[in-house]
Ligand binder design. Structure first.
Ligand SMILES: C[S@@+](CC[C@H](N)C(=O)[O-])C[C@H]1O[C@@H](n2cnc3c(N)ncnc32)[C@H](O)[C@@H]1O
Length: 408
């Protein structure tokens, strides 16, 4: 029988496989590409902060008074605001530019990914073949749900799942680098894990004795919002599920190079293969609004099944329609019409607490609230907001995230 614990040639223990190369540092932009990306980030900031302010003033000072004169009352909901704003030249210009900026976000990173694709694929393979930590489990037979396959969500070419070659990581790399461009000019930089860090810090303050040992991120994509939980809760083992294999390969290679113990698997969140009560913490971010109502209801039930007693489920999402004014509903729902996110507006019409109750959670164990973005408000302000001693900053270009969930 072969002794696999020693290197027979040298009589030495086998040398550990070399640490995998950090996959997110391979496809770097040229100078010209970096300048182009800075332009896109700046354009997005212009649109989402400066021009968005003027769009609101256009409504307040011009379109809303006209509507009031015409029908004797203001708009009841976002749809009425939309109908009134659609023909305004400022909205048309803003909307067209926003659509273009969305496309340019992905186009601005595609050349660097294409140029280094062979090395990216190789880095993914090397990470999968390396010794731990963590693991990658793919299921090529898993059907991609129609919510994902029907269109390029966020206008990202190839969406989350397309594979152009064996062991492909291309859309994982495009998503990773693209989300950095997408949010670089904004205060709320979710690309770097800001959502996860904010939620983890919130949990640490509100539940000081909570020490998750196993956590699950549903729809983890490239792992953007998974690793910060493991920084805040040392010793916790991470699990991430997604249907997109290229994203998971990228996420796994990055986590492994950074030394995180994360187990990624390609699974449909509606039916996961983990045993009941497997996790102390189940999270998602920017996930539910992209799925149909039926899918979300199954996912919430699955999350409840997977939580151990005392475990916590937290989803970061867009705020529900009832929590914001008609104008802001119109503003948020732009993505439903122009960004290939058809479930966005329908999701926001639901009451998140009712959805948790429907999934089997006790009503008194459910919560829905805003929390500030960790890092953009002083720590003491963050703590007081988390404890409910002061309101979180308003949603919007400001600095807060909407979260909801329940304790099992
Ligand atoms: C917008 S992305 C989430 C982003 C990620 N959580 C983040 O914060 O960066 C939605 C992700 O959910 C995945 N997804 C969609 N439907 C799914 C399903 N039924 N099961 C598992 N993953 C799914 C998509 O492939 C995609 O990666």
């Amino acid at each position: 029988m072969l002794d696999t614990t020693t290197d027979h040639a040298a009589g030495l223990p086998p040398s550990p496989s070399p640490a995998p190369r950090a996959i997110d540092t391979i496809a770097l932009p040229t100078r010209d590409e970096a300048v182009r990306q800075r332009f896109v980030s700046t354009l997005r900031k212009r649109l989402m902060v400066d021009m968005a302010g003027r769009l609101r003033r256009t409504w307040d000072s011009e379109v809303e008074p006209q509507l009031r004169r015409r029908q004797g009352r203001t708009a009841r909901d976002g749809r009425e605001v939309r109908r009134a704003m659609l023909s305004h030249p400022y909205f048309k210009a803003w909307s067209a530019l926003r659509y273009a900026a969305q496309e340019m976000t992905w186009w601005s990173v595609q050349p660097q990914v294409e140029r280094r694709l062979p090395e990216l694929v190789e880095a993914g393979r090397a990470a999968a073949a390396a010794d731990g930590p963590g693991s990658l489990r793919l299921d090529p037979a898993l059907p991609v749900p129609r919510d994902v396959s029907a269109m390029d969500i966020h206008l990202m070419p190839g969406c989350f799942h397309t594979e152009y070659q064996p062991d492909d990581v291309a859309v994982g790399a495009v998503y990773w680098h693209g989300t950095a461009v997408f949010s670089a000019g904004l205060k709320l930089r979710h690309a770097g894990g800001g959502v996860a860090r904010s939620i983890a810090e919130y949990l640490r303050i509100v539940h000081p004795r909570f020490r998750p040992r196993r956590m699950l991120d549903i729809g983890c994509s490239a792992g953007n919002q998974l690793l910060p939980y493991l920084d805040v809760f040392p010793g916790c083992v991470g699990h991430g599920v997604d249907v997109g294999a290229p994203l998971l390969r990228f996420a796994h290679a990055r986590s492994r190079a950074l030394g995180y113990d994360v187990h990624y698997s390609q699974q449909d969140a509606r039916r996961l293969d983990f045993a009941d009560g497997s996790f102390d913490l189940v999270v998602s971010s920017f996930f539910l609004h992209e799925q149909s109502r039926a899918t979300n209801r199954q996912v919430l039930k699955e999350a409840r099944r997977l939580l151990a007693p005392g475990g916590i489920m937290v989803h970061m999402e867009l705020p529900p329609a009832a929590a914001v004014d008609p104008y802001y509903n119109f503003y948020l729902d732009w993505d439903a019409y122009y960004n290939n996110e058809p479930h966005y507006a329908g999701f926001r019409e639901l009451d998140p607490v009712e959805e948790c109750v429907r999934a089997g959670f006790a009503r008194e164990a459910c919560f829905a609230r805003r929390i500030p973005n960790f890092g953009t408000v002083p720590d003491e302000e963050f703590r007081e907001s988390a404890l409910g001693l002061r309101p979180a900053p308003a949603h919007g270009n400001g600095a807060s995230w909407f979260i909801f969930g329940a304790t099992r």
